[in-house]
Design a protein around this ligand. Structure first.
Ligand code: FRU
Length: 536
């Protein structure tokens, strides 16, 4: 009996869903494996535990679930092993981060039809330890078939939120069909409530349909973050935008979560940013931490004249009084001097402020043929120090899931590396430190500390962009490396730099010249017991 058939695939991607409501064997036939871009199956009753089953069409149909997906992902020698990446296709920003019961939920911007950015969906994965992930069905789809329209847009970034009654929901942006990447589009804000199972939203409604055009807000109007504000006794939302061309963060207020009032801008960037290319704020994050309020923003389009860097994330610390953000200093803290750390999203859970970011800056791409693009940073815990600087450090769960194994220095003054993540720590006088990781004769990366400045260099850097940061009196430096992801933490995490290289990802040797004390660890995965699901 024929249950379901797509007679032919069209010139543009289409999304099909089929529910098989009978028990027994099913025969699947196909005649064009290449036209199936992303396929998965699942049993709604068990998928939360087992994860989806990926359907890989070739000469045969290969089904992979749970550990089989993990093993397939690990078989790619170019894929980082400690950092989250999507099974297939394009990923960008982390979205909707939250903890429900014992499960951490990570949603992310996903384009399931290719390894390039395109019509946006929300991918979804869960974990009990923030490092081992179970891949779940796509959570949000664009409102319309944007591929067919030849348009982009869709379910853009947003946050998870729990209201005063404990109801879990998500606020996100829908970019309506867009025919230009930089202007003339329309962005609306939507609310998706979460069903019992946390697998699908049980409805999605528009809560802000128009932007404050008369106040000078142009097409950029996105990436909501919502919270319950104790002092005003009402809900508050920030949105990334531009105000008369200056990157800005807008504040909205609501009593019911379904209708929102514009309360005005709470941040407007100095003209310097607009003059150097910044078009808008993206992914504003605003949260209270250690008695203060912290604003984190990406300025899309901005190039820093003194270094040539773009894709920078900035933080500012201050107070939030009467719906006004009063920064302690006008200066913005550069959150990552390496610039491969963008669209950071943080959330509160277990008494900690935890964040993840997308490791990408549009300078470089994975080599052609990769089944996916995009990785997340290590989950990080955020703190403030006495000087009011935002500190970031890998979360403590890293220690329980990836054990440290000390490495001894080899006779020639270098360390031999296996193809495993490593964690290098220096304490003491950092000045005149040079760290070189190499794969055979090829340098993977170089870190140089000299006269109060720390820099990460990749061999293919052309000198036009300088990835460095100044520090005043640091005595600690830590580097975590995982298959071409280099995350640097200096001065307790007040200075962080992340870079992603795709050229050389498995250094076999590292040399450290330094007056500081050096310890090098390899990280070994602690085997987690995990259920393997039955194929769908
Ligand atoms: C940041 C961003 C967001 C937007 C999303 C679209 O990387 O541009 O502003 O919501 O990505 O994928």
């Amino acid at each position: 009996m024929l249950f379901w058939q797509a007679p032919s695939f069209s010139d543009y991607p289409d999304f099909f869903r089929y529910h098989h409501r009978e028990a027994g064997r099913v025969t699947v036939e196909w005649d064009s494996a290449e036209s199936i871009l992303f396929a998965y199956g699942y049993d709604p009753v068990t998928v939360a535990g087992t994860g989806i089953t990926m359907w890989e069409f070739g000469a045969e149909l290969t089904l992979r679930t749970g550990q089989e997906i993990d093993a397939w992902m690990k078989s790619d020698p170019a894929r980082p092993v400690m950092h989250f990446s999507p099974i297939r296709q394009w990923m960008n920003d982390p979205n909707g981060l939250c903890k429900i019961g014992e499960d951490w939920h990570l949603f992310y911007q996903l384009h399931p039809a290719s390894t390039e950015w395109g019509p946006m969906h929300w991918g979804h994965a869960t974990s009990t330890d923030l490092f081992n992930w179970t891949h779940l069905p796509v959570f949000l789809h664009p409102e319309q078939n944007l591929w067919r329209l030849g348009a982009t847009g869709g379910a853009f970034s947003g946050n998870a939120f729990k209201d005063r009654d404990g109801e879990r929901m998500f606020f996100y942006t829908e970019r309506l069909p867009a025919y230009d990447l930089f202007k003339g589009y329309r962005e609306i804000q939507k609310l998706a409530r979460l069903g019992q199972t946390a697998l699908h939203p049980i409805g999605s409604e528009t809560v802000i349909a128009t932007r404050p055009v008369d106040d000078g807000v142009e097409h950029d109007f996105r990436d909501p973050k919502v919270w319950w504000d104790e002092t005003t006794g009402a809900y508050r939302m920030v949105l990334g935008a531009a105000l008369h061309g200056d990157p800005a963060v807008l504040l909205y207020g609501s009593d019911k979560l379904t209708d929102w009032t514009y309360l005005g801008p709470i941040y407007r960037a100095p003209t310097h940013y607009r003059e150097n290319g910044a078009r808008a704020v993206e992914c504003p994050d605003f949260f209270s931490l250690d008695g203060k309020w912290v604003m984190v923003m990406g300025f899309v389009g901005y190039t820093e004249p003194s270094t040539g860097r773009h894709n920078l994330l900035f933080a500012q610390v201050g107070d939030f009084v009467d719906d006004t953000f009063v920064p302690d200093t006008e200066e913005l803290q550069v959150l990552d001097f390496g610039t491969d750390f963008y669209a950071m999203q943080s959330f509160r859970a277990d008494g900690r402020q935890i964040a993840m970011a997308w490791l990408f800056n549009w300078e470089d791409r994975k080599p052609p043929g990769s089944p996916y693009s995009g990785e997340m940073s290590l989950p990080r815990e955020l703190r403030l120090d006495a000087a009011g600087r935002l500190l970031m450090q890998p979360v403590r769960e890293l220690e329980a899931t990836w054990e440290l194994e000390p490495l001894a220095i080899a006779g020639d003054g270098g360390y031999r590396l296996e193809d495993a993540p490593f964690d290098l720590r220096l304490t003491g006088d950092l000045d005149q430190t040079t760290i070189v990781a190499a794969e055979g004769k090829d340098v993977t990366f170089e870190i140089v500390v000299s006269h109060g400045s720390v820099a990460i260099r990749l061999p293919h850097d052309n000198g036009k962009i300088s990835y460095r940061a100044q520090y005043v009196s640091a005595t600690d430096l830590r580097i975590v490396h995982d298959r071409g992801i280099i995350e640097v933490f200096v001065d307790n995490g007040a200075i962080c730099g992340t870079r992603r290289t795709y050229q050389s990802v498995a250094p076999d040797r590292i040399t450290v010249e330094s007056q500081a004390q050096v310890t090098l660890f390899e990280r070994r995965a602690v085997q987690q017991p995990r259920s393997v699901g039955a194929a769908a």
